[in-house]
Design a binder for this molecule. Structure first.
Ligand code: CIZ
Ligand code: SF4
Length: 322
């Protein structure tokens, strides 16, 4: 704990000294989210992180999240230094959607509009017509469907099939998944609901359809926090990364928040409702990135041609959301 206090003080001093601001995702550890709040940074979902980073006057952004979030910040703010606690923090959706294979998939269906989730590389974004986050995916697909567009969706198959079901849009789905949300289990959730009959179930749509079907509210991280705030229930069973409990408990004080089950049938969970890559964003890693004599090891670079290409569908989303 002495170490933690040391790192926090050092980070606060370095943020000022380096004209930097800390931008953290809801899935990072609570102490990281608290530090971002305390130092005038932001804690949010990937859409808001992108907006905040673009609009904030600091010359350096330190992004506590995963690589695609750092890249998105750099695409929108090429003039800023974008640092990450570790460049090894990736995402199973990004890893499972390499540009060469995805591009071939798109080429095979040239009449389709390509919509990709923000959880992708800059190269995949550059191949897309639209970038979306889970907080705005439904509205954008509705809009495209109303225009009669056929859609290629990548990479999350659970989110894609949820959106296809909700909108009735014709969608070809890339078969990727989030290792965290894919682990939520419907059978164990049904058993848990019997123990808490008055609890409402809050589900992120990266979860399997069988889990989404049991939800009282389905939505992005910010939408689930809103649901915990507005639904009358005293207890919530929450199927998303448990990092969210920090802000959800702040937004809904006095309510009981329970983790949705990830194991089931005696099987051990792999990620146990916490993203292993988000967990790499510890205090020491943030300190090291800010203090480093070789910040290049922490610095996000995006190829300029890819950046220009990715900027177009990203700005489409931000302008649509505005
Ligand atoms: O699962 C993720 O990485 C999410 C929910 C990202 C986001 O859009 O905030
Ligand atoms: Fe990717 Fe899932 Fe981790 Fe989010 S929680 S960064 S979607 S692996």
């Amino acid at each position: 704990d002495n170490d933690k206090a040391f790192y926090k003080e050092q980070i606060k001093a370095l943020l000022k000294q380096k004209d930097a601001v800390l931008v953290a995702h809801y899935y990072t550890d609570p102490e990281i989210q608290a530090l971002a709040e305390e130092t005038g940074g932001c804690v949010s979902d990937s859409l808001e992180m992108a907006r905040f980073g673009k609009e904030h006057p600091a010359s350096t952004l330190i992004v506590a999240g995963v690589k695609f979030m750092g890249e998105t910040a750099k695409i929108l703010s090429p003039e800023k230094n974008v640092l990450m606690p570790t460049l090894d923090a990736t995402c199973s959706l990004d890893v499972g959607c390499p540009i060469s294979d995805f591009s071939a998939f798109c080429d095979a269906h040239p009449d389709h509009t390509v919509v990709v989730y923000a959880n992708t590389s800059a190269a995949v974004k550059a191949r897309a017509d639209w970038v979306v986050t889970s907080s705005i995916a439904l509205e954008i697909v509705e809009h495209l469907d109303a225009e009669g567009k056929q859609i290629i969706w990548g990479p999350d198959r659970h989110l894609g099939s949820y959106i296809a079901k909700q909108t009735g849009a014709e969608m070809l789905l890339w078969q990727g998944e989030c290792i965290v949300h894919d682990e939520f289990k419907a059978k164990a959730l049904r058993e848990l609901k019997l123990q808490y009959p008055d609890a409402a179930v809050l589900v992120h749509p990266e979860s399997p359809a069988s889990v989404v079907e049991m939800a009282d509210a389905v939505g992005s991280t910010s939408q689930l926090i809103k649901a915990a705030q507005t639904l009358p229930n005293d207890t919530f069973i929450v199927a998303t990364d448990k990092g969210i409990f920090y802000k959800m408990q702040q937004a809904a004080p006095g309510k009981t928040l329970i983790e949705a089950p990830t194991g089931g049938n005696g099987a051990a969970c792999r990620s146990c409702a916490h993203c292993p890559w988000m967990a790499m964003n510890g205090l020491k890693a943030i300190y090291t990135a800010l203090a480093s004599e070789q910040p290049e090891q922490h610095e996000i670079h995006v190829d300029e041609a890819e950046r220009q290409g990715a900027l177009v569908p990203l700005m489409r989303m931000l302008n649509f959301a505005a």
